[in-house]
Design a protein around this ligand. Structure first.
Ligand SMILES: N[C@@H](CCC(=O)N[C@@H](CS)C(=O)NCC(=O)O)C(=O)O
Length: 192
């Protein structure tokens, strides 16, 4: 059994939620109110942030990227990383550069000047990539899609960003939303 310390609105926690759902892992979810977080959360993650996952009797694992990799190794089926190391490197590079999407997303949320143009450029780069291949990491769905889709969903549904100008990105999102794990996240975002 895995426990997930979670906040529904958190896109980093969404990464953990989606991987757990894709792998059909039984999970107990503990919702954290980040505006009044319990002191014990700092024992699980000194940064006081969610997500954190914890196996029964195991050490807490914070940081969404570490969590995704941990779950992938602990529960290898179905695989969410490609078999070839070079292809895995491509997936990891996209995740390593997640700030290229998240920085303009948060800048737009804060209402900063020029943020809409920067987010447009980031989405356009993803659109070009998805014109050439079905998924961000290549031909197969992977942790790269899971790592970035939470911000694309929130840009569309919470910031009102129109995705019509990014047809390949839009088609990718439609493909992803056919997956129950992503559809559940999209439903959660719509209800926020
Ligand atoms: N680098 C962390 C970021 C997690 C994060 O920023 N979580 C936010 C919620 S979306 C949080 O807990 N914020 C509370 C705070 O920063 O004090 C990860 O990838 O897990």
């Amino acid at each position: 059994m895995i426990t997930l310390y979670n906040a529904a609105r958190c896109p980093y926690a969404a990464r953990a939620r989606i991987v757990l759902a894709e792998k059909g892992i039984e999970v107990e979810t503990v919702e954290i109110d980040l505006s009044d977080r319990p002191a014990w959360l700092y024992e699980k993650n000194p940064a006081g942030r969610v997500p954190v996952v914890e196996e029964d009797g195991g050490d807490p694992v914070p940081e969404s990227v570490v969590i995704m990799e941990f779950l992938e190794e602990r529960y290898p089926e179905p695989p969410l990383l490609p078999p070839d190391p070079a292809d895995r490197a491509a997936v990891r590079l996209l995740i390593f550069r997640d700030h290229e999407l998240t920085d303009p997303y948060y800048a737009l949320r804060r209402g900063e000047d020029g943020a809409a143009e920067k987010l447009d450029a980031a989405l356009a780069r993803l659109d070009v990539r998805l014109y050439e291949q079905d998924y961000l990491g290549g031909a197969e769905y992977s942790l790269a899609d899971i790592a970035l889709v939470p911000w694309v969903l929130r840009a569309r549904d919470m910031l009102g960003v129109n995705l019509n100008g990014y047809p390949s990105l839009g088609a990718w999102l439609e493909r992803l939303e056919e997956r129950p794990a992503i559809a559940a996240e999209a439903g959660l975002v719509a209800a926020l």
